[in-house]
Design a protein around this ligand. Structure first.
Ligand code: SF4
Ligand code: SF4
Length: 114
């Protein structure tokens, strides 16, 4: 998940749950590895964070909560650079939303519109 944006990432999480049947997902560079908590370092596999199955979907081991409802990254401040580069509102974001949740991207109303 990206930094705070106008997009409601905390009710999404689609980009942290790839549709493919992979074992691992996010690249963990040596710089990423050095800041990861020990319990996550021990789970790194072939230089990536692994996925796990939950509620019938594969998802990053750091993702907490319910996809499409309320989610959080357990290592948000320490997450890999690859996660930081992912842009909310980008074509990849829209594709993840469509593929994983099958719903359009929720956009928070701008303050002046509320
Ligand atoms: S898919 Fe897009 S809206 Fe959903 S969590 Fe990722 S960046 Fe946010
Ligand atoms: S480390 Fe956090 S932001 Fe990155 S894929 Fe996993 S849950 Fe998502």
């Amino acid at each position: 998940m990206p930094e705070t944006t106008q997009f409601d990432c905390v009710s999404c999480g689609a980009c942290c749950a790839p549709a493919e049947n992979w074992l691992t997902y996010v690249e963990v560079t040596s710089r990423d590895y050095s800041r990861l908590p020990l319990r996550y370092r021990l789970r790194v596999l072939n230089g990536e964070l692994p996925l796990r199955e939950r509620d019938g979907a594969r998802r990053c081991i750091a993702l907490r909560g319910q996809l499409g409802e309320k989610v959080a990254c357990d290592i948000y401040r320490l997450r890999p650079d690859a996660c930081r580069r992912f842009e909310a509102g980008s074509p990849h974001c829209h594709a993840a939303r469509r593929e994983i949740l099958g719903v359009p991207l929720p956009v928070r109303a701008a303050p002046e519109m509320v």
